[in-house]
Design a protein around this ligand. Structure first.
Ligand code: FAD
Length: 504
């Protein structure tokens, strides 16, 4: 590996070496933006990206079975946070982005043993069109009146944290919490509303409250502004531009595959980091040993592996940081995809998903009709479903063997969807300790953890400042910028400038 940069004037100097631990979307994005930005600034850097598994991508996993595109982890990402779409475009995948199917845009709530459509005009969990909401049987008349109190209740304008449950009860009442917020807001994060931090997971709702004094007034104003923008925009609005979620035609793993293809630094997969040591007096302060004993010395280390792994790695030199990292809880989840012949399924409800409130006591958490949600997921004569299991609601389900898990999922599909058919095939994806929990106070906890990091040690990834693909891509990009800013602070002349990222 080249470690010294020979400059045109004959001087040689060491090139800063950045080690990125973890080859999920965060680590891969970090490497991508590091390389891109270093090139743009004419900075010579060397980086090594280390992924313990043979497969790159972490939670992004797409399988193709005949003409079915099956997502094991995430199936899409939100467009309101721009960094996922931006990453796809930066990778030249803009033409691969596909929107959510407009025709079948409804989500259902399984409430009191029946499927109830979410009323039209709901923005997340807030009604913005009064008539469909008033006519919907989903929320009781008393529950609706309580939600309407949001229009007059005093707003909280400070930035202190509270649980999602406290926030929703305060603004919209108990029934909105149980039937809307719990399955939707907590479902996205696989969290428990009574512990989940509103400021770390849905800060926008608190911003809307602070700005408009009411969630309903704020969301109505946002909807009206968005309709005005569309009406006055010179550019014709496209399904992609209007879609709240997008995915890639061949699956979300297209992102991580393209990232791996684009990188020219040293990529190590199938070998993990076993130990990390820190000696601030050494010329390169971080020493990394891989499972097989290979040693790497680095100026900067980005920790993008799960927080509990990061804790093990920093334990020997930062025990307080290790303790704080271990306090970030994780839950285990799974997805089960089932493919059916359309003719066997009969009529399914006209929507792309079902959320199930915890209070229903079901053994599955939610269902996506993948073949209705996005195009290109299944052949026309077939239906592809995806069922979410485990998490904090039903942790014991993750202990079931495959056959028992599949039997349970099929029994639940009979109850929730009335689906009797036998699947053509199924796929089970297990994600042990995969979903970090942003408990109330998470952001303050993160600030404290970051203060404990010595120069050159960066925490980045789903455990920290956002779990979704856009958040992770953004954190990777931010870590890359922080790494380069740190390179700039190293003693003048220690590191040279050139036009290249050093190949290894
Ligand atoms: C079932 C499921 C569904 C989801 N659905 C969505 C969705 O629809 N939309 C969305 O936006 N987000 C979704 N998410 C969240 C999102 O997928 C993740 O938060 C995100 O992919 C995490 O990326 P990451 O790079 O931070 O972590 P990871 O993907 O966990 O990557 C970390 C990597 O570090 C590696 N590693 C661990 N230890 C070591 C070591 N010692 N040395 C080297 N490498 C190591 C791991 O093997 C792993 O590849 C979902 C998550 C799950 C589990």
């Amino acid at each position: 590996m080249i470690d010294i940069l020979h400059t045109n004037n004959g001087y040689s100097s060491p090139i800063p070496h950045i080690v990125i631990i973890g080859g999920g979307i965060t680590g891969l994005s970090a490497a991508f933006y590091l390389e891109r930005e270093a090139q743009a600034r004419g900075l010579a850097i060397r980086y090594t990206l280390i992924e313990r598994e043979k497969r790159w991508g972490g939670k992004l996993l797409t399988d193709t079975v005949d003409d079915f595109v099956i997502e094991g982890g995430p199936d899409s990402f939100i467009t309101q946070k721009p960094w996922g779409v931006q990453l796809a475009r930066d990778l030249g995948l803009g033409d691969q982005l596909i929107p959510i199917s407009e025709r079948r845009g409804k989500v259902y709530v399984f409430s009191r043993g029946r499927l109830q459509p979410m009323p039209d005009g709901m923005m997340l969990i807030v009604p913005t069109r009064m008539m469909p909401f008033a006519l919907s049987p989903l929320i009781s008349p008393v529950g609706k009146l309580r939600m309407a109190l949001d229009l007059v209740l005093p707003a909280r304008r400070d930035s202190s944290d509270e649980t999602v449950a406290d926030f929703i009860r305060r603004r919209l009442g108990r029934e909105a919490l149980d039937k809307l917020a719990e399955p939707l807001l907590s479902g996205i994060h696989n969290s428990e509303t009574e512990r989940q931090s509103i400021m770390a997971t849905f800060p926008r709702l608190r911003e809307v409250e602070a700005r408009h004094g009411s969630l309903i007034r704020g969301m109505v104003a946002q909807r009206a502004a968005s309709l005005r923008r569309q009406a006055t925009s010179a550019r014709p609005s496209t399904p992609l531009a209007n879609s709240p979620f997008v995915t890639l035609k061949n699956g979300v793993a297209g992102l991580t595959n393209a990232l791996v293809q684009s990188l020219t630094g040293r990529l190590i997969n199938g070998r993990g980091v076993a130990t990390l040591a820190h000696d601030p007096t050494a010329s390169r302060p971080y020493r990394i040993h891989l499972d097989d004993g290979e040693r790497l010395d680095a100026d900067i280390v980005m920790l993008t592996a799960p927080a509990y792994t990061a804790a093990e790695l920093v334990e020997s030199f930062l025990p307080r940081l290790a303790t704080g990292l271990r306090q970030i809880r994780y839950v285990s989840t799974g997805t089960v995809s089932l493919a059916y012949r359309r003719a066997d399924v009969g009529t399914l409800m006209d929507g792309y998903g079902v959320v199930i409130p915890r209070a229903e006591g079901r053994r599955i958490n939610a269902i996506t009709i993948s073949s209705s949600k996005f195009a290109h997921r299944a052949p026309d004569d077939s239906v592809l479903l995806r069922v979410f299991v485990g998490g904090s609601r039903n942790p014991d389900v993750m202990d079931l063997e495959d056959t028992a898990l599949l039997a349970l999922v099929q029994a639940e599909l009979r109850t929730v969807l009335g689906l009797q058919a036998t699947p053509l095939f199924s796929r089970i994806y297990r994600w042990p300790r995969a979903n970090p929990q942003y408990d109330v106070g998470h952001l303050e906890h993160m600030n404290a953890l970051e203060r404990l990091c010595p120069p050159g040690l960066l925490l980045s990834g789903s455990a920290y400042r956002g779990v979704g693909i856009p958040d992770c891509a953004h954190q990777g990009q931010q870590a890359a910028m922080d790494a380069l800013a740190y390179v700039d602070t190293l003693p003048a002349g220690q590191y040279a400038t050139s036009n290249a990222v050093e190949a290894s």
